[in-house]
Every structure is written in C-alpha cells, then in structure tokens.
Design a protein around this ligand. Structure first.
Ligand SMILES: [Zn+2]
Length: 118
C-alpha cells in the first residue's frame, strides 16, 4: 500500500519542531486515559453536543481568530471527535485507513480527481 501523504502544505515546520510526534492511536489512547470515565458516563448524545459547540467555536476562530486561537480550536474539535470515537468503540486509524488509505473513496486516486463540490 502506498503511504498517505497530505497534499495540503503544512503550516508547521516539522524539521524544527521540538514537539514529540503523536500518532492517531497515541491521541486516542491519551484522550481515553484523560477523559474516558466521564465520557462514557455522559454518553454519545450529550458528547456530540459538546463536539458541535467546539465546531462552532472553530468556525468563529477561522473567521476572526488569531493563529493561536485557530490552533486551539482545531485541537478542541479533534479531541472531542476522538472522544466520540472512543465511546463508540471506533479505532480512528483503522477507520481512516479503511476509507482513505488507498485513495479517494470517490475516484480511488491518491490525488482526487472527482468533480469539485463547490
Ligand atoms: Zn476523488
């Protein structure tokens, strides 16, 4: 299988970053350890509302936030999405690789050639 490589340019210079690398499995395990007890007690419906609230905050940051505010909101949205996956017993790496690991689900190519949806 060809390894996935993002087609969008990164805003982070990974060569100079001192931040430890984190896989999606690492993130799912971290979020599980930090929040799983409360998350499972709250349930997926209530957790989904929290996720939606964070998505709204991301929308606001994208429109008029600083780069730091945008980064924080992306982190929050991803953390809540991971929480939802955890309490739904979904392994995100398996889900993503199953759906996108071999290319675009629409056209099957690693660089999508589907007609634009804009
Ligand atoms: Zn495509």
């Amino acid at each position: 299988m060809t390894a996935y490589r993002p087609t969008r340019p990164s805003t982070i210079d990974n060569r100079q970053s001192t931040i430890p690398k984190m896989t999606l499995d690492d993130l799912q395990t971290l979020i599980e350890r930090m929040y799983s007890a409360k998350d499972r007690e709250r349930g997926s419906a209530a957790t989904f509302l929290w996720f939606c609230e964070e998505v709204g905050e991301l929308a606001g940051a994208l429109r008029e936030g600083t780069p730091e505010q945008k980064a924080a909101e992306f982190a929050d949205v991803l953390a809540w999405l991971v929480t939802l996956a955890n309490i739904s017993d979904i392994n995100l790496t398996e889900a993503l690789m199953g759906k996108y690991g071999r290319g675009c689900p629409g056209c099957g190519k690693m660089v999508c050639s589907c007609l634009s949806k804009s």
